[in-house]
Design a protein. Structure first.
Length: 146
């Protein structure tokens, strides 16, 4: 993310790859081709979103990303890289939550494959999801007698 100076233009003949991640305070995603980014997405979670499970937040990251970039992704196969291993089988498992079921229905019209990646390999999306984390600055002052 820091070594590339220019965003590339999308080529609709090539496959799109999306990296997504969710933290306790935000969602992040990077849309790429040939391992080069051309769009970034970051979204702060409201208090209700922060109270959701990790699985639900990661699913929200996928849903928000697909809605944001639907003009690139609709009608084209794309790959989603995510660091939540259980989401790899999203379309094959039975969902308990009615909210998760509604979200999966919104993804039905898209042709995608979810691939698991370690969090360290998903660093750009991870950084974007952390943008909204509250930062606590602390300092320690020790008085000295002169």
């Amino acid at each position: 993310m820091t070594s590339l100076l220019v965003l590339v233009l999308p080529d609709f003949l090539k496959e799109f790859v999306v990296e997504t991640d969710a933290s306790g305070h935000g969602l992040g995603a990077v849309l790429m081709q040939d391992q080069r980014p051309f769009a970034f997405f970051s979204h702060a979670l409201n208090p209700n979103g922060r109270n959701k499970s990790v699985y639900e937040r990661e699913l929200m990251a996928i849903l928000f990303m697909v809605q944001k970039w639907q003009h690139y992704l609709l009608g084209k196969k794309f790959i989603i890289h995510i660091d939540q291993k259980s989401l790899k089988f999203l379309m094959e498992r039975r969902l308990v939550s009615s909210e998760c079921q509604k979200w999966v229905v919104k993804l039905m019209g898209y042709n995608f494959e979810i691939q698991y990646r370690l969090g360290l390999e998903n660093c750009a999306a991870d950084a974007l999801s952390q943008l909204h984390s509250p930062v606590t600055l602390m300092a320690l002052t020790i008085p000295q007698v002169l």
